[in-house]
Design a protein around this ligand. Structure first.
Ligand code: PXP
Length: 237
């Protein structure tokens, strides 16, 4: 079964809208784990408009499942990750002003840079995943960066899913096949939801983990967090 890692940035965004501590991000992470999620993901950005650096430090002792910190490897981000030492760091080439991650790495152009950064994390026993578009050449070049895993960027899949599921999944199957041949672990994330998740899981062999935030937290407004975690877990079986 692929692990469900819940991205809790949106809970922090709601808290930040008012100041104060409602909803309590730390309590939410504890509850999400007790409801059965197998991981907690955070994506600290330089302006701290979602999760804050201090939240990440506070989360470290309470995350008993898998802790995944994602973000652009600026020196500030790297210092935080090396201090907190999560199980996994996911490197994302997002610009500071981007609303959300909007592209994968060019692993050919940035191969040297990635190799250097990845080695630093791995020396501290932090597993590394890099965010990638479903492009076979990018997967091949990812192998040469030394990364442990790739995270397939699923926005295009989600966008095309309702028109043509076969076409939507095809590039992801090819990228996943290449990753498997190269012995790279496969994660996935972005815009996965209750409708498109099961088909993705069924059609991508060896999927290790999905990280889901926006849709899952939005669904919780209607169904409640505990129910929603169960619903997402059932899609992954
Ligand atoms: N993976 C990465 C690298 C992301 O940046 C995000 C969004 O922060 C996600 C997964 C989760 O995307 P969503 O919030 O659409 O579920």
């Amino acid at each position: 079964m692929a692990k469900l890692s819940v991205n809790i940035n949106k809970i922090a965004t709601l808290r930040n809208a008012r100041g104060g501590n409602i909803p309590d991000v730390i309590q939410a992470a504890q509850d999400i784990q007790s409801f059965g999620a197998q991981g907690i993901t955070v994506h600290p950005r330089p302006d701290e408009r979602h999760i804050r650096y201090e939240d990440v430090r506070e989360l470290k002792p309470i995350v008993t499942t898998e802790f995944n910190i994602e973000g652009n490897p600026t020196s500030q981000f790297m210092d935080l990750v090396l201090e907190v030492k999560p199980h996994q760091v996911t490197l994302v080439p997002d610009l500071p002003e981007a609303i959300t991650s909007d592209s994968g790495w060019d692993t050919i152009k940035h191969q040297k840079f990635l190799r250097k950064i990845i080695e630093i994390f791995q020396k501290q026993n932090i597993r590394v995943s890099i965010f990638l578009d479903p492009i076979v050449d990018m997967v091949s070049a990812a192998k040469d960066t030394g990364t442990n895993r790739i995270e397939l960027y699923t926005e295009n899949y989600a966008r095309k899913y309702h028109k043509n599921q076969n076409k939507a999944i095809e590039p992801y199957q090819q990228a996943a096949k290449k990753a498997q041949e190269l012995n790279l672990g496969i994660n996935a994330g972005h815009d996965l939801d209750l409708e498109n998740l099961a088909y993705f899981k069924q059609n991508i062999g060896h999927l290790l983990e999905v990280s889901i935030g926006h849709a899952l937290i939005s669904d919780s407004l209607y169904f409640g967090l505990e129910n929603v975690i169960g619903m997402y877990l059932s899609r992954l079986q």
